[in-house]
Design a binder for this molecule. Structure first.
Ligand code: C2E
Ligand code: MG
Ligand code: MG
Ligand code: MG
Length: 278
């Protein structure tokens, strides 16, 4: 069964009660309410598996799932995001290291970061500590940042990114084109890939302007020596466009919805059995 993303609860269901939201998050981690789902990414042309993105889920005891669009913004207003973010990195690294040890897969895992995590001058040390603890090679960890996080970033967060990049951790710019940044940002931040937001991917087949934007992002990525990853790929037509535009990677329901950890080995076996990946 895929992670149930349809059952959603009102934010009130995760209200902190007597304590702070940070306390509530610690509590949720302790009680196993927080989970990661893993969504595969593949090479656009060969269909070969290229990695997974870890996506957070908050499942209450009664089975309702609160999506990250609800609880991440709540967490971002306090240091709850640092607690949640550290847990996410640790859990993703443990899981990916486990896949390597068990011979399931040796591919990078991508974790989403919030701007506030980069403001913590100890963040790089925390991440490198988790890599050492779990045995995951730094090159198997990707961190997804948004333009806004980078645009607002201070001198100290730039230092954090430099430290991480220097240690071999890989950086990706998420939701490219939806945020608020200048293109000169791309020259200052050592990102290796641009992710095309799903709104562009999904409008592309119907809307010439969206198609032009998708093509321009892919060409821009390549001109800068980066890769382009399209998210939200749901249809075969979208895949055909992305192949024609030479997009490097795809992620979306066409390949798979975000999977429970237990579903991953089976998914990988099935993908390997279909060489062109559809
Ligand atoms: P994102 O990083 O851009 O992740 C992609 C979102 O698109 C995910 O939503 C994913 O489930 C969804 N998606 C993937 N393929 C398709 C598709 O083919 N069609 C459609 N309609 N949607 C697709 P999700 O999991 O609800 O996450 C939403 C956002 O929440 C993420 O957007 C990310 O910004 C944030 N997020 C998730 N987990 C974390 C986390 O651990 N930390 C932080 N800071 N943010 C997170
Ligand atoms: Mg992302
Ligand atoms: Mg995205
Ligand atoms: Mg997005």
């Amino acid at each position: 069964m895929a992670v149930n993303q349809n059952a959603t609860a009102a934010p009130g269901a995760i209200a902190p009660g007597a304590g702070t939201f940070s306390d509530r998050v610690r509590d949720a981690i302790r009680h196993g309410e927080l989970r990661l789902a893993f969504q595969p990414q593949a090479d656009t042309h060969s269909g070969r598996l290229t990695g997974f993105e870890a996506l957070s889920r908050w499942r209450l005891d009664d089975g309702t799932v609160i999506p990250p669009d609800v609880f991440i913004p709540m967490a971002e207003t306090s240091d709850a995001i640092n607690i949640l973010g550290e847990w996410t990195v640790r859990r993703a690294c443990e899981t990916a290291a486990g896949w390597m040890q068990d011979g399931v897969a040796d591919v990078p895992v991508a974790v989403n970061l919030s701007a506030r995590q980069l403001e913590d001058p100890g963040f790089a040390r925390t991440v490198l500590g988790i890599l050492a603890e779990t045995g995951l090679p730094a090159a198997n960890l990707k961190l997804e940042l948004t333009e806004t996080a980078l645009f607002e970033h201070s001198e100290s967060s730039r230092e954090v990114l430099t430290q991480l990049r220097g240690a071999g951790v890989r950086l990706v710019l998420d939701d490219f084109g939806t945020g608020y940044s200048s293109l000169s940002l791309l020259r200052r931040v050592p990102v290796e890939a641009l992710k095309i937001d799903k709104h562009f991917t999904q409008a592309m087949v119907q809307d010439r302007d969206a198609a032009a934007i998708v093509r321009a992002i892919i060409d821009l990525a390549h001109a800068l020596g980066m890769q382009a990853i399209a998210e939200g790929v749901e249809t075969n037509d979208e895949l055909l466009y992305l192949r024609a535009y030479r997009c490097d990677r795809i992620q979306g329901y066409l390949l798979a919805k975000p999977l429970d950890t237990a579903q991953v080995p089976d998914f990988i076996r099935r993908l390997a059995a279909t060489p062109t990946g559809g």
